[in-house]
Write a protein that binds this ligand. Structure first.
Ligand SMILES: C[S@@+](CC[C@H](N)C(=O)[O-])C[C@H]1O[C@@H](n2cnc3c(N)ncnc32)[C@H](O)[C@@H]1O
Length: 624
């Protein structure tokens, strides 16, 4: 059993942190918390951590017209955090108290944009930013790739009232768990923000973030040793494969290649080693053909990638093959320019699966273009088919996306409105928990198949099935029906709800191909519930909810509070929105229902090593 305590931060630092946290949408309840692990697992002992007093998370719960909203702190919506105005802050803080009690000079306390400062990183915020303090003043600064315990030099890139954002320039003294990332692009790519942190430390940070969010946003209590336990907080389940775990990646074509940090140092007159943001803006645009991932925060620039360590090796070969081929024929097939909206090639989606009979690899290559010109892609299709004879099935699809607006590109969605088959068949298959699933291009399917096996087993455990095949299960946000179908043999009937028609069609086909006859799938929008919702179905014993990152619509949360299903299993890919929804389900006092459920357990699961993403399975029981 491990005991972790927290050293309280000085009050002035706490105030600044609270402001930063507030601007990030944080509800702070306890400045410091002590807790114990009740699990006897050796893993739990190693990952036992405390809730740092400076923990922050970029979501807010608002009681707003009786609805609770969450703001997301990513680069697409960061403006929403401009809650405070710096001038007001300065007026309000004529002098800032220091830890010694003496007044601080606000001019030197508030850093300026472009200023280089020595920072000390204290913890990781949700989404992987390091929560740092300026060494000399304690001013709070969020910094990408800063690791807890690290002392570093950062350059201020954004001022946000009483806290700032910085880019990391160099490490002065590294964190004990800092490692050299194996990926060539780790310093530049926005995908694997935590690759420079040893895996064990990554999951400690993720577990802490889940607990932190559930406690502070969700208003729940930890299990205390010797105290009565409301909720069981289980230790995070790590991912066995830390590389090559993704079965699907979406890349973008572009005409402005994002330069790698080490390319700048090779330039004749190298700019100072500064954050990618400011350097790239000061460079002349390079009209370079690129195929890769959007540079962090940029809709127009593409970080060219030849090998992504998260995807299958064959998928990397496809990526290089497509790039080389398109670059050779660049005059015929142009990459899309997100600024001018000209150009043909927009996105490349590579998905891999397996034939469940013989285990053979299957590949889906989906090229999203701005126009229907299949002849332009014919040479590429022939080249790909001849290049991968070892792959059992190659599906090549052309999807046309005529939505050429900037928002669509920023969203990076590799989905077109019209689909045409250029080679093979429209779907590939994947195996999960002994079943075989057919997946079409636009259907959701868990992207880490091996860890989805682990996740679904945890979902089944959280369902606490009686074992007599009598339960009715509603599988809300069911995608291709995977969760419900993997339970079908042990329950009476599953009713799946899903918005994407192709996914519902896949789910029905998946039931058929696995000889499952007690499953019904319904297409509908769970954000637009009517008063009739669910009336024509048998009442559920268990409701499984697995929404996208925004979590549940208030209408659905209210519906669930009234429904009072005996058990809810909430599978979440966003612990912040999950915490908000759990708070409503368990503590709401809005006249409709008061605390309809009890949170029984919280189980974090790492599905995506090196990225800030965290999955979580929460079990709730109805308070009848
Ligand atoms: C995180 S996925 C989960 C899918 C499935 N449970 C699984 O494990 O594969 C969320 C699913 O919710 C669907 N979805 C998103 N918004 C929805 C809405 N408003 N109504 C119904 N389904 C929605 C998505 O299309 C997606 O298939």
């Amino acid at each position: 059993m491990k005991h972790c305590s927290v050293v309280a931060a000085p009050s002035w630092a706490m105030a600044a942190t609270a402001k930063a946290a507030l601007a990030l949408g944080v509800c702070r309840q306890r400045p410091s918390t002590r807790f114990f692990f009740s699990s006897s697992s050796p893993f739990a002992l190693r990952t036992a951590t405390s809730l740092s007093s400076t923990s922050t998370f970029p979501y807010a719960k608002h009681h707003h017209n009786n609805t609770w909203a969450v703001m997301e702190a990513d680069h697409h919506s960061s403006q929403s955090f401009e809650l405070g105005n710096e001038a007001e802050d300065m007026q309000g803080l004529q002098s800032v108290p220091s830890s010694s009690g003496k007044a601080r000079d606000p001019v030197s306390y508030f850093p300026k944009r472009g200023q280089e400062l020595e920072l000390v990183c204290e913890s990781l915020a949700f989404k992987g930013k390091g929560v740092c303090k300026v060494k000399s003043t304690g001013f709070v600064v969020l910094c990408d790739r800063a690791l807890p315990g690290e002392t570093l030099v950062g350059r201020i890139v954004k001022k946000k009232g009483s806290y700032a954002e910085a880019c990391k320039l160099k490490t002065i003294s590294p964190h004990d768990n800092a490692i050299i990332p194996p990926c060539l692009y780790a310093g530049d790519c926005g995908g694997c923000k935590m690759q420079n942190l040893a895996y064990e430390a990554q999951i400690v940070a993720k577990q802490q973030q889940v607990y932190d969010l559930i406690l502070r946003v969700g208003n729940f209590k930890l299990t205390y040793v010797g105290g009565s336990s409301e909720t069981h907080f289980r230790p995070i389940v790590p991912c066995a494969s830390q590389y090559h775990y993704r079965n699907k990646m979406e890349f973008s074509f572009g005409v402005q290649r994002w330069k790698l940090s080490n390319e700048h140092s090779r330039m004749k007159e190298p700019p100072k080693e500064v954050a990618a943001h400011s350097v790239q803006d000061s460079l002349p645009d390079c009209e370079d053909f690129a195929l890769g991932l959007h540079a962090p925060g940029r809709f127009d620039k593409i970080l060219h990638i030849e090998k992504c360590l998260l995807q299958h090796d064959v998928a990397n070969q496809v990526l290089v093959t497509v790039h080389e081929f398109c670059q050779k024929h660049i005059r015929d097939v142009t990459a899309f320019n997100a600024r001018t909206h000209c150009g043909f090639l927009r996105h490349l989606m590579i998905r891999s699966g397996r034939d469940c009979q013989n285990g053979e690899l299957q590949l889906m290559v989906n090229v999203v273009t701005s126009d229907y010109e299949p002849d332009l892609l014919k040479p590429l299709v022939e080249h790909l088919v001849s290049k991968f004879p070892q792959v059992d099935l190659v599906v090549i699809l052309l999807q046309v996306s005529i939505l050429n607006n900037v928002t669509a590109s920023v969203g990076g969605s590799a989905v077109g409105e019209h689909e045409y088959l250029l080679h093979g068949v429209r779907t590939i298959t994947e195996c999960l928990r002994g079943l075989s699933f057919e997946i079409s291009a636009n259907s959701f399917f868990q992207t880490n198949t091996a860890q989805a096996e682990v996740l679904y087993k945890l979902v089944e455990e959280a369902c606490m099935l009686r074992g007599d095949c009598t339960e009715v299960v509603w599988d809300l946000f069911c995608g291709t029906g995977t969760i419900g179908l993997t339970l079908a043999k042990r329950i009476k009937h599953v009713y799946g709800y899903e918005i994407v028609p192709e996914a519902v069609a896949d789910a029905c086909r998946n039931a058929e191909r696995n000889n499952i006859h007690n499953a019904t799938f319904i297409q509908g929008d769970l954000n637009k519930l009517t008063a009739e919702f669910g009336r024509d179905l048998p009442s559920p014993d268990i409701v499984i909810i697995d929404p996208n990152r925004p979590g549940l619509h208030p209408k659905l949360t209210k519906f669930l509070t009234k429904l009072k299903a005996p058990r809810i299993v909430y599978v979440s890919c966003n612990p912040a929105t999950c915490a908000r929804d759990l708070d409503y389900l368990c503590h709401a006092e809005d006249g409709l229902a008061t605390g309809s459920y009890r949170l029984v357990s919280v189980q974090p699961v790492d599905m995506f090593p090196h990225t800030p993403h965290i999955e979580c399975v929460c079990a709730l029981e109805s308070l009848k």
